[in-house]
Ligand binder design. Structure first.
Ligand code: MGD
Ligand code: MGD
Ligand code: SF4
Ligand code: MO
Length: 877
């Protein structure tokens, strides 16, 4: 394939990097867009692997009703009639939409308009509830608007940067790289990482504070108290531009360094060192993410952070601000259109004036007058039968919502479940009566807004596959069938964008932060060519706005910001003797969410290939890295690979959020998490759940490699699917030793016609190669202890079968023909450099990241693996 590169925006995180997709061979390669202000040409490993996730394997390509393919006409009629039937019989409150920060702004706007403007119910919520609902409420309480004041540039300009509840190195790698370069250029810059565990992000830190989980609000109250004591408050700013200072300062008085250190379980010296770093800096950015938001007191934590910035005047100027970084590519766009159930549209709420204004703009007298149910409540209402029809778009709640098994059971009772997705088989599409095939990244066309309010185009560079259609089109078609044709008659996403832009400026006059009225009259061509621009974009700021609040005016009637007195609280569920360990959950470097896209890339699976539980060896001294673990809570249990790690704090374990039922037997972490939520934001406490861990006694463990591309998983106690090029690969374990391995294999995997080459390893195990026409069909390795066949050698044998008997025997033993040890986990995904090569190089004298890079190239592209390289160098050899 040849042709010009297409400029678009990355499919993944809220950094919102510009990507150029260059046709190459049969596919595309991804390069960073040097002209994009978010990344200036850089990409992380997920972004660089975008070209590897474009294949159509597993895609949903035709509408289905009850798993049978149907025409669009039938599917759309069924959705419209189904919703209408419920509304007529039970009222508009009996239907709900559940959307996603992975929808484009145009898609999101249409869904929200249909539910809140025409069906007349507030029941449109989004997965952003699990992500940044607390940050939104925190900003609104402080500024009267959901407005992120900063730009990425402020991170580079700040004298001091606090990263709290954020594993930036893995979750927002390009922002991390920008920070890393800024620190290299100005080593006097101070960076403090606040996280209960040691993460890759700590690599950049002058100071790491491993605080007690959930204690951040106290830490920031203590910081405010310290600043007050040291005379570091900006009294002038407080007096002129804020209210609430007196009560807030009184409330933090009890947070002396002694009390705070005790509450946060931190050494007092470290705490004071932290406070002194802030006090000594004229500029400060606090970047915060899920370790703050996902909490039953998330909003208060956000306000404790914002209070510190307001009280010290560290807002509205270069290098300053409380910066909630967004997770999903269009989390911010969702906030703009009103994707959360407690928002209406374009930053409007439910006051009578706002409802009236939106109604006049939309020409509807049916705009809902009150908020709807948030995500957790919404699925509870489904369970109770109060919501009878739900339409889920672009999110996988049966994996990502807390108490996920209960959500699954509830949804199974729902009369009408409609799911729009790009993949056919996800935990959530399995529960659907109607499946609607959406266009995926690379095929869809619209806009997204990143963490720094920068609106960028996602452009299509691939043709629509099969019958897949854009989400905005699907929703509009349903709306037309429900009798709202006039309001949903767009022919192109540019028309939707312009309508949304016009609404943002409608009777705004500076009263609402979100105003992109300057873009309301874009022609289709201008929309198509739109360059990245930060909102507001209006008559006053025609070229966008890098930084908010530079004039010290906020969005309350008196234009003053609010300091909010907060009372720190610890997580709702403390550990108990029965559930002694606190489970923390989050992301790993190379996977995205519930893995429906990133797990397509073999490269991205080589870093960490099985769901795991990290724990301190002292918490389970008898459990080793090759064991499997049963992790349980009051809500459920999981089977995961054990990962003892001395860097993990004692009493706390970490489990990734990513694995779903298509990739592992029993690894959906949210099945363990209680649905405790913040009273103000409704955001669940996803990061602090008491659990216990035990070794799961496997009778055997194995690895299976199959030529056949199978989507069905083996029926066995433990399995995990590991993506490989062209073949199927599982890690397996079971609790019974088969009486006959051959019989067991025949029952599960073997075809009669295959020529089998078994190797019984006495009572210790069993290996087998199976051939047809001289080609390898299956390789199987099972042992009482975990076998570790050389995966690369086995995979290679599927395309290049071993020629000699000796080579076949080596393969049967799980070794490569040249006798070399396996490459180990891939540390550098960009250049596929394995742990073994790195260890060998370190032993031969490469004792720095740069020397390793010179020898092996590792760490020289995106840099995401540098913290791990450093860790390997520091490890006793
Ligand atoms: N590789 C990758 N990147 C992603 C994503 C992905 O799936 N994969 N998802 C994107 C999305 S949607 C989001 S929301 C972002 C999330 O980005 P992050 O919030 O950075 O990621 P997490 O790993 O969820 O959590 C961040 C850190 O919070 C810490 N933490 C836990 N409890 C506490 C606490 O009480 N206090 C403090 N201070 N810290 C705590 C955890 O140990 C963890 O290291 O990432 C985005 N980027
Ligand atoms: N325990 C725990 N739970 C968590 C978190 C945590 O840290 N810990 N993090 C939470 C956070 S921050 C988030 S953001 C959520 C994420 O959780 P989810 O939103 O559930 O995760 P995804 O895997 O991104 O789901 C997106 C789905 O949409 C599909 N899709 C992709 N593109 C499109 C499209 O263009 N159109 C349509 N219709 N479908 C599409 C994908 O195939 C996939 O099925 O998880 C939350 N859950
Ligand atoms: S940092 Fe985020 S937006 Fe940028 S390339 Fe990586 S995943 Fe994509
Ligand atoms: Mo998120």
């Amino acid at each position: 394939m040849t042709g010009a590169a297409v400029s678009t925006t990355c499919a993944y995180c809220g950094v919102g990097c510009g990507v150029r997709m260059q046709p190459e061979g049969q596919g595309f390669s991804a390069q960073g867009d040097t002209l994009h202000p978010a990344n200036h040409g850089r990409l992380c490993v997920k972004g660089s692997a975008l070209g590897e996730t474009l294949d159509l394997t597993g895609r949903l390509l035709q509408p289905e009703i009850d798993q049978q393919p149907v025409s669009w006409e039938r599917a759309l009629d069924a959705v419209a009639e189904g919703l209408q039937r419920v509304i007529v019989q039970f009222g508009p409150q009996a239907v709900a939409f559940y959307g996603s920060g992975q929808l484009l702004t145009e898609d999101y706007y249409v869904a929200n308009k249909l539910m809140k403007g025409f069906i007349g119910s507030g029941n449109m919520d989004t997965n952003s509830r699990l992500c940044m609902a607390s940050a939104v409420v925190g900003y609104k309480r402080a500024y009267g608007a959901d407005a992120v004041p900063c730009s990425y540039e402020d991170l580079e300009l700040a004298e001091c940067v606090i990263l709290t509840g954020s594993n930036t190195a893995w979750a927002h790698p390009v922002v991390y790289q920008r920070l890393m370069r800024a620190k290299q250029a100005r080593p006097e810059m101070r960076i403090i990482v606040i996280d209960p565990r040691i993460t890759a992000t700590c690599d950049l830190a002058d100071l790491h504070l491993p605080l007690c989980p959930g204690s951040d609000a106290a830490l920031f109250c203590g910081a405010l108290h310290f600043m007050a004591q040291q005379g570091k408050l900006d009294r002038e700013f407080l007096n002129h531009y804020t209210t609430g200072a007196a009560q807030t300062l009184a409330a933090v008085e009890e947070w002396t360094p002694e009390r705070t250190a005790d509450y946060c379980q931190l050494p007092q010296e470290a705490l004071l060192a932290f406070y002194q770093m802030i006090a000594a800096s004229d500029t400060l950015v606090t970047l915060y993410s899920m370790g703050i938001n996902q909490s039953t007191s998330g909003v208060d934590k956000c306000n404790a952070i914002i209070n510190l910035h307001l009280a010290t005047g560290k807002i509205g100027r270069a290098g300053c601000g409380p910066f909630s970084i967004t997770g999903q590519p269009n989390a911010m766009g969702g906030r703009e259109v009103g994707g959360l159930a407690n928002q209406l549209a374009s930053h409007m709420g439910f006051s009578p004036q706002e409802v009236d204004r939106v109604g006049r703009f939309w020409k509807s007298d049916n705009v809902t007058k009150s908020p709807g149910l948030n995500a957790v409540e919404l699925f509870r209402a489904v369970e109770k039968g109060e919501i009878k029809a739900v339409w889920i778009m672009g999110t996988n709640p049966l994996v990502s919502l807390p108490d996920a098994d209960r959500v699954r059971a509830g949804l199974a009772r729902c009369e009408l479940v409609i799911v729009s997705d790009v993949m056919r088989d996800t935990d959530t599409t399995r529960a659907a009566h109607i499946r609607l095939p959406a266009l995926a990244w690379g095929e869809k066309n619209g806009t997204v807004t990143n963490s720094e309010r920068c609106i960028s185009r996602q452009r299509a560079f691939l043709p629509p596959p099969g019958e897949a259609r854009a989400d905005w089109w699907i929703v509009s078609q349903v709306a037309q069938r429900m009798g709202f044709a006039d309001a949903f008659s767009w022919q192109h996403p540019a028309e939707i964008f312009c309508e949304h832009a016009a609404l943002s400026g409608f009777e705004n006059e500076g009263s609402r932060a979100f105003d992109i009225s300057g873009l309301a009259t874009l022609s289709r061509q201008q929309w198509d060519d739109l360059k990245p621009v930060q909102w507001p974009v209006n008559a006053l700021h025609p070229h966008g706005t890098a930084r908010l609040f530079t004039d010290n005016r906020f969005f309350f009637a008196d234009e003053k910001a609010r300091l909010i007195a907060v009372t720190p609280r610890l997580p709702a569920n403390p550990p108990t003797p029965r559930w002694p360990l606190v489970m923390n959950t989050g992301r790993i470097r190379d996977q995205w969410h519930t893995m429906t896209r990133s797990a397509k890339s073999p490269r991205l699976m080589q870093h960490i290939s099985e769901p795991f539980c990290q724990f301190h060896p002292d918490d389970a001294p008898q459990i080793s890295a090759n064991d499997l673990l049963r992790v349980s809570s009051t809500h459920g249990w999981l089977l995961l690979r054990a990962q003892p790690d001395a860097l993990q704090p004692r009493g706390r374990v970490f489990v990734p959020m990513h694995w779903n039922s298509a990739f592992s037997q029993q690894a959906r972490v949210d099945a363990l998490i209680a649905a405790e939520t913040d009273p103000l934001s409704g955001q669940p406490e996803s990061k602090q759940m008491p659990v216990s861990i035990q070794r799961w006694q496997a009778a055997w463990q194995g690895e299976l490699f199959l030529r056949e591309d199978t989507l069905s998983a083996p029926k066995i106690a433990y399995w995990s699917r590991i993506t490989q090029p062209g073949i199927t690969h599982f890690a397996l374990a079971d609790n019974a030793w088969p009486t006959s391995w051959m019989a067991w294999l025949r029952e599960h995997f073997l075809a009669d016609a295959w020529l089998c080459q078994p190797a019984a390893l006495g009572s210790d195990g069993f290996n087998l190669l199976a051939w047809a026409d001289g080609e390898l069909q299956l390789a199987f390795y099972a042992q009482r202890q975990r076998p570790q066949p050389d995966r690369a050698a086995v995979i290679a044998a599927f395309s290049r079968p071993p020629q000699s008997a000796a080579q076949r025997l080596a393969l049967l033993a799980g070794r490569s023909a040249n006798g070399k040890a396996p490459a180990g986990a891939t540390i550098c995904s960009c250049f596929a450099v394995g742990e073994r090569a790195i260890s060998e190089a370190i032993q031969s004298g490469c004792n720095s990241v740069s020397r390793l890079g010179e020898k092996l190239k590792c760490g020289t592209n995106c840099g995401s693996c540098i913290p791990e390289l450093k860790r390997l160098i520091a490890r006793p050899q």
